[in-house]
Each structure stands twice: as C-alpha cells, then as structure tokens.
Write a protein that binds this ligand. Structure first.
Ligand SMILES: Cc1cc2nc3c(=O)[nH]c(=O)nc-3n(C[C@H](O)[C@H](O)[C@H](O)COP(=O)(O)OP(=O)(O)OC[C@H]3O[C@@H](n4cnc5c(N)ncnc54)[C@H](O)[C@@H]3O)c2cc1C
Length: 298
C-alpha cells in the first residue's frame, strides 16, 4: 500500500513528489509525458528558470528527484482510479495496478485550438494564449487576437500593456455590440468582423492574417483563448466538485471534496502558470502528509 499515487508528473505532480519524498512518503508518479507546454520553445516567468525550454525544466526535476528513493516515476497512462475501503486502486496502460492511501490528480489540461488552417504548426511559437507567458517577447509588435466572445475583448484590452498595434479578429458568428466596437476603436484597436481564411506563415512564425473579404493584417503574434478540457475524467468520476469553469475545487492544501483525493496545477486553478502549478503541487503535498499523519495517530 503506497502513501500516494500522483497521476501526472509535470510541474504540479513533480513538485508534490519532491516534498512527499522529503517526507519519506512512498510515492509513485505515473506520467505519460504530454505536458501542455510541450509546444513552446521557452517557458517564461518562473523565477530562476525564465526562458528555459519546458523539457529542460523537467530534466532538472528528474535529476533532483533521483536521490529520493521513496519516489518512483513510472512512464505509463493511468486508465482508471477506483475508490475502495482502504484507499484507491489505480490501473495503468502497462497493465499494473497500484494500491494507495491517497491520490493526487495533476493531469493538466488539453487545449482545443480553433479550426484555423495550420494553426497547430504555430501553437506555442507565434500563436499564444497567455500574455504573461509570451507577451514580453512580442512587445511593440503587431498582435492580433482571435475569439468568439467577450473573453477576446478582455484579452485584447490586456495586450494593450504590451503593444498599441492590435487587431481583434471576431470569429465567424460573433458580432460585437456597437458600444464594444466603439470602446476598442477609441483606444486604437482595429476590429475585423470577417471570417479568417488563412494564417500566412514562414515556418512556425505567423506573418499575416487573411480575411474572407480579401483584406489582411500583418501579424507577428496571434493570441487565442483555446477551449480547454481535462486530460482525464478522473476528477468527475471520483465525484470531486468542479466549478462552472471546469476547475476542480480545492482548499489551500489541495484537498478536493472527496476524502483522500487531492488536485493541483492547471486542473485546480483558474490561472495557468508553471509557478502556480509548482506552488499548488507543494501545497497539496503538505496537505497529504498532514492528513496521513492525522490518520496514523487516530
Ligand atoms: C503553449 C503553452 C505555453 C505555455 N507557456 C508558459 C510559460 O511561458 N510560462 C508559464 O508559467 N506557463 C506557461 N504555460 C502554462 C503551463 O505550461 C501550465 O500552467 C503548467 O504546465 C501546468 O502544469 P500541470 O502539471 O498542472 O500540467 P501539465 O504540465 O500539462 O502536465 C500534466 C501531466 O500529466 C500527464 N497526464 C495527464 N493525464 C495522464 C494520465 N491519465 N496518465 C498519466 N499521465 C497523465 C501529462 O502527460 C503531463 O505530463 C504554457 C501553456 C501552454 C499550453
């Protein structure tokens, strides 16, 4: 019987495993090596590692976890988690079944990109979702925002911090209200309410956005708000409370609404950031260790 199985071994999961390993807890981390930021060349905003490739952050984490013999990393996909009288049974793609007193869900999000031609080739390189992650590198440049609702207005207004060369591209069936349009144009934001026909690019660098009416805008970076879904259904299957934005509800120590189930990182935060995922992973580890101590002394 393990103390913890951590499903997802990226920023949140590995951070938790470090604290749990240092607490001499028996931990297995199951990970299938598909962190959401694998599409970008440089991860920004994590103090001491600003601008490092995400894979480098993971390599450093693996090396620093090596001395902790009670932490085992396993490359597999967790397929099923069953709650039983003693804890949890976790089945994986390598046909193994683990028993654990607690589980930490750190499985992250899947980004569903809008259906624009060849956007996959640009994602994380010149098509971004987060101004805090990538705004600085494109400051002062020509930035477009593409979206289908008021979230795009919020995003384009936010990007005004980084450039005044901004275009809002409204997705096919979305029409802005007259006050919304006036407000943006008053601040020099160009609004286009035409379907996008093509994203012009050189390799992974976007060059221009082309519209249905034959017009186009030069573009150094395109920001979008992708639709996000949980990588797994574990949180819902186990009965954890999830809010209307699909965020697993946790307390400050990562406890979900289900006893013994903890969550950290993108699935449990309205803000996506390596620093926040690392912090949430550490906080969940504190919570797990505290709760196991409480159980052992009862
Ligand atoms: C394109 C892009 C660029 C970004 N750039 C930045 C940046 O510059 N700075 C910044 O701070 N943040 C950035 N972010 C956000 C940041 O990457 C996330 O907030 C962070 O990775 C969240 O960590 P996490 O551990 O919660 O999830 P993830 O990093 O997504 O990791 C989840 C892990 O769980 C694993 N997993 C999922 N399901 C299973 C399963 N069933 N079995 C086994 N393993 C499973 C996955 O393989 C993955 O390794 C970026 C995000 C994207 C999409």
């Amino acid at each position: 019987m393990l103390d913890v199985v951590i499903v997802g071994g990226s920023s949140a999961g590995l951070s938790a495993s470090l604290i749990l390993g240092r607490s001499l807890r028996d931990v297995v981390v199951i990970d299938d090596q598909k962190p959401c930021n694998r599409f970008t060349n440089a991860s920004h905003g994590f103090l001491t590692r600003d601008g490092s490739p995400p894979s480098e952050l993971m390599q450093i984490a693996y090396v620093q976890l090596e001395p902790y013999s009670t932490v085992v990393r396993k490359t597999a996909t967790a397929l099923h988690i069953e709650k039983n009288d003693t804890g949890f049974e976790i089945t994986s793609s390598d046909a193994s079944t683990l028993q654990a007193r607690t589980v930490l869900l750190a499985t992250g999000l899947h980004d569903e990109l809008p259906k624009l031609n060849e956007i996959e080739a640009l994602w994380g390189k010149s098509v971004f979702h987060c101004p805090y992650c990538d705004g600085y590198e494109v400051r002062g440049k020509a930035i477009s925002v593409y979206g289908a609702d008021d979230a795009a207005i919020h995003l384009v207004m936010m990007l005004r911090n980084w450039t005044d060369n901004l275009t809002l591209c409204a997705a096919d069936n979305w029409k802005l209200t007259a006050p919304q349009r006036d407000r943006l144009t008053r601040f020099g934001i160009h609004v286009v309410e035409q379907p996008i026909t093509a994203l012009e690019r050189t390799g992974a660098q976007i060059e221009a956005v082309h519209f249905d009416d034959g017009t186009s805008v030069r573009c150094d970076a395109l920001f979008i708000r992708p639709k996000t879904t949980h990588r797994t259904t574990f949180a819902r299957d186990l009965g954890c409370k999830v809010d209307e934005h699909n965020v697993v509800q946790v307390d400050l120590r990562g406890r979900t609404s289900i006893e013994g189930v903890y969550a950290a990182g993108d699935i449990a935060s309205p803000m996506r950031s390596v620093a926040i995922a690392v912090a949430q992973g550490a906080a969940a580890a504190y919570g797990i260790n505290a709760d196991l101590i409480e159980r052992d002394f009862s």
